[in-house]
Unconditional design. Structure first.
Length: 285
């Protein structure tokens, strides 16, 4: 089955879909993106994702390309045309197409928008979660404004590749003060020996993950102890559990950090429970 993309008002075969070579997303990484989980053919936590999209666009002074109600229609249609029951839908908005110049183009230039969707392998994802993943730590090498979900992801690409070359699934950034910030494509969590679930505050140094926000609500509802604070790789090595969160992974247990086993080296009880119960606290569109 041919995959279908939405590009600036048109649904096209993915093999033919393209953007102009002077699109600022291509030339300057001058744009933002969102990735939503698709489950049962429905988009998970659309309002939260669109809230973050609007914040990112506002920070970069890029206009929303269409009303959110219309955008939801487009995302649903791309999911439908690609027959995605379980997977992801990807949305990217750039400042648009204009003669290459570092300064903003005239206000008449419209933002560009691209939407794609693809299925994920549910059984494989579940198997990965059942065995857990390995992570490595990596020096923080990104610009300070990581709260903007920009398409400028080269540092993340290099960190993720470093993880692969070390036989790991994810890389956790460590800042200049020696604290874990987040993963190359996920938020980072630990569970202390006393059973407290810990992740860094979204006030600085991390992207405010949508899965992270939903999980915080779930922790309160499940009456699990929660702390927002920094933690070091050394504390993570000695934790009872660790896990990452992201739209494509939900709650993914971590069983080793930098080659050191976390807990008993198996997915922890709390991480497993949070993964099982997560979607009770999500909304579907």
């Amino acid at each position: 089955m041919a995959r279908i993309a939405y590009v600036n008002g048109r649904y096209q075969d993915l093999r033919d879909a393209s953007v102009n070579i002077e699109d600022r997303g291509y030339q300057f990484a001058d744009g933002v993106y969102e990735v939503c989980e698709v489950r049962g053919g429905r988009i998970v936590d659309f309002p939260r994702h669109m809230g973050r999209l609007q914040r990112s666009l506002s920070e970069l002074r890029i206009a929303l390309p269409m009303p959110l109600s219309a955008l939801l229609i487009v995302l649903r249609e791309v999911v439908r045309r690609n027959r995605v029951g379980y997977g992801i839908v990807y949305l990217q908005v750039s400042r648009g197409v204009a003669r290459r110049d570092h300064g903003f183009p005239p206000a008449s230039v419209k933002p560009s928008i691209v939407v794609t969707a693809r299925p994920l392998n549910f059984a494989k994802n579940q198997d990965t979660a059942a065995h857990g993943i390995k992570v490595i730590t990596h020096p923080e090498n990104r610009w300070p404004r990581v709260a903007i979900k920009t398409v400028a992801l080269l540092p993340n690409v290099l960190a993720k590749q470093a993880a692969r070359e070390h036989g790991a699934y994810e890389a956790w950034y460590v800042d200049g003060d020696g604290y874990v910030t987040e993963g190359a494509s996920s938020n980072a969590w630990i569970v202390t020996r006393e059973g407290r679930v810990v992740t860094r505050s979204a006030d600085s140094g991390i992207l405010a993950g949508i899965t992270r926000a939903v999980l915080i609500e779930a922790l309160a509802a499940l009456q699990l102890r929660f702390e927002e604070r920094p933690f070091t790789p050394q504390e993570a090595h000695g934790a009872a559990e660790a896990f990452v969160t992201a739209s494509s992974q939900i709650v993914m247990p971590v069983v080793a950090i930098d080659g050191q086993r976390v807990g008993d080296g198996k997915p922890g009880r709390i991480a497993r429970r949070l993964r099982e119960e997560f979607h009770r606290f999500s909304c579907f569109s």
